[in-house]
Design a protein around this ligand. Structure first.
Ligand code: B12
Length: 372
């Protein structure tokens, strides 16, 4: 069975994320896959993400006022895309009053929770209301993006039209380029991907990019799929992003990654970026044919030179990126990695990047390398 999925966020001009962070953890514990979009998020970005992620409902935590208008705008935008089946619920301590609630329920919000509601009561009810299996058929008035997203879910679950199933995994006529990006947790993979997306959007005015992003599931429970919260450029209209939980599979990907990739490959994107869960020394997540190029991202702090001998991805990656190039030790790290790769005699490239830096030359070079 596929876990039910929710999107959570804090509205625009609001940085109160403490409540939603606690609620996210409870939702995961109760078996939900939670796509967390972060705080200070506009209605359009929330709705786009909810549609792309094919969630059952959106949970909003709102403290700074404007909730009556904001929740209604989210509801209106969902309806306009034929996504009225996506429910809206939320809370916001004492700032949302019972008087506001009446208006908000009349304008499309499904349920509100007030200060003092015990977590267990709230979570039990959320489970009953929004824990159903995903929407299966596209409503008649669904937007193209809604239809596409539902079709991707159908492909993921092994339902739906046949044509994608025979779709080859290799690139047809050079399109799309599929790049697999892996590395330990915390080295900046997501920031790097967002920067690569920015360069793609700027250099290909008509191009479309897909991002398939993985995060770990808690065994037998849900998952916090939080990559969108650190991404800015990937919220663009020409980007389609889907987050997947590893759902008990070790090694960096999900049991349904291959199906999703077959579907995405046959859908006319120019570039597909696949980000794995943070991996360990022995993982080589992409095998031989799942992606066209593999990138291993690491930080400059890996312990000692001896550690480099134990990382399998250093033997198989096409490109090795030493990110956080502004850290002391980054130059030494790059030199040591280059030395390590020289033994492989496989023409692998080593690049040093600083993904968080605006217009970083290392990221520019990396973008050229993966899209040439
Ligand atoms: C903690 C807090 C902060 C922290 C925020 C830390 C953080 N990272 O979140 C800090 C100190 C940083 C802060 C800053 C500010 N704050 Co403040 N803050 C609060 C405070 C005290 C508690 C909010 C909270 O997290 N409660 C804990 C949650 C778990 O409990 P709860 O709110 O009761 O939530 C229940 C339900 O509502 C529900 N729920 C809540 N969200 C969701 C979401 C979903 C999906 C679900 C299912 C349920 C749910 O779950 C709980 C169940 O019991 C409130 C006052 C209050 N008592 O509400 C003010 C308050 C929200 N802050 C306020 C203000 C004004 C500010 C500042 C503008 C102050 C300033 N001038 O700088 C800044 C703005 C910061 C920003 N960037 O937005 C005002 C807002 C006034 C308004 N809307 O008119 C409040 C109401 C205080 C007040 N009385 O003046 N704040």
């Amino acid at each position: 069975m596929f876990p039910p999925r929710l999107l959570t966020a804090v509205p625009i001009c609001d940085g109160h994320d403490s409540a939603i962070n606690t609620i996210n953890l409870e939702l995961i514990r109760h078996g939900f896959e939670v796509i967390y979009l972060g705080y200070h998020r506009g209605a359009a970005a929330i709705v786009r993400a909810a549609i792309q992620e094919d969630v059952n409902a959106i949970g909003l935590s709102s403290y700074n006022g404007g909730h009556v208008e904001f929740f209604a705008e989210v509801a209106g935008r969902l309806r306009a895309q034929g996504a009225g089946h996506v429910r809206i619920f939320g809370g916001g301590g004492g700032t949302i009053t019972h008087e506001d609630e009446k208006t908000m329920l009349a304008e499309g919000t499904d349920r509100l929770y007030f200060a003092g509601t015990p977590l267990e009561k709230m979570l039990g009810e959320i489970r009953t209301r929004y824990g159903r299996p995903r929407q299966v058929d596209a409503p008649a008035d669904a937007s193209d993006e809604m239809k596409f997203s539902l079709a991707l879910s159908a492909a993921e679950e092994g339902r739906g039209p046949e044509e994608w199933r025979g779709a080859p995994l290799g690139a047809a006529g050079g399109k799309p380029r599929v790049v697999g990006i892996t590395g330990p947790g915390g080295v900046g993979k997501t920031t790097l991907i967002d920067e690569l997306v920015l360069r793609f959007l700027r250099s290909r005015p008509e191009g479309r990019v897909a991002v398939l992003s993985h995060d770990p599931s808690i065994l037998g429970k849900g998952a916090l799929l939080g990559d969108r919260a650190t991404m800015i450029h990937s919220q663009h209209d020409r980007v389609f992003m889907r987050s997947l939980g590893s759902r008990g599979q070790a090694g960096g990907l999900a049991p349904t990654t291959e199906r999703c990739l077959r579907f995405l490959r046959s859908a006319g994107f120019d570039l597909i970026l696949v980000e794995t869960v943070g991996i360990g020394q022995e993982a080589a997540p992409f095998g031989r044919e799942l992606v066209d190029r593999t990138m291993f991202v690491m930080g400059p702090d890996y312990g000692s030179r001896l550690q480099l001998q134990k990382i399998v991805m250093l033997d198989v990656a096409n490109v090795v990126v030493v990110n956080k190039g502004d850290y002391s030790g980054a130059r030494t790290a790059s030199a040591e990695v280059e030395q390590r790769l020289a033994f492989n005699k496989q023409n692998q490239r080593v690049l040093t990047t600083c993904a968080k830096r605006h217009k970083d030359p290392g990221v520019n070079e990396l973008f050229g390398l993966i899209t040439d």
